[in-house]
Design a binder for this molecule. Structure first.
Ligand code: 4NP
Length: 149
């Protein structure tokens, strides 16, 4: 099973989602992340995201931002989008229904709200990053259960 987490810049939310998910799934799973913009390409995650993950014993400092590619839609089985704008952008890059079916909103699995979004912590503070971490942790647990059931 190959899972791709996608946000806007691939320096805050999706690197955290990648790091969290990697701690939860079996070794034969492949988890990666990407952004819809290439502005931060090659950069390590935001230092607040790195610190927040480290507070929970997860090291995401070696990740590098990259934009989503055409090949990702063939490589990955599941593509989880952090918010509705990201989802719209990702869906617009799909080339057929099979690829479209791989794409969903990350928080949809929690079922609390059809359009639930992971808030962008980029303009916020460490408290916002911790809240995002908690949300992502719940979402990753639910996704894991769904995939493994
Ligand atoms: P992310 O957060 O999508 O969770 O990585 C952001 C990162 C960068 C920007 C916005 C959001 N930015 O405007 O550069």
């Amino acid at each position: 099973m190959k899972i791709l987490m996608v946000c806007l810049g691939n320096i805050c939310r999706s690197p955290l989602a990648e790091g969290i998910m990697k701690t939860k799934v079996p070794g034969n799973f492949f988890v990666d992340s990407a952004g819809t913009i290439s502005m931060h390409e090659g950069e390590h995650p935001d230092k607040r995201a790195v610190q927040t993950a480290a507070n929970h014993g997860i090291n995401i400092s070696n990740q590098r931002s990259r934009p989503i590619t055409k090949a990702d839609f063939d490589t990955f089985d599941k593509i989880y989008c952090m918010d509705i704008d990201v989802m719209a952008d990702v869906v617009s890059k799909t080339r057929n229904e099979e690829q479209r079916q791989k794409v969903s909103l990350f928080l949809e699995v929690l079922g609390d709200h059809e359009n639930a979004e992971v808030p962008d912590p980029y303009w916020g503070d460490m408290k916002n990053f911790e809240e995002v971490f908690q949300l992502l942790d719940r979402g990753c647990d639910a996704i894991k259960s769904q995939i493994l059931s």
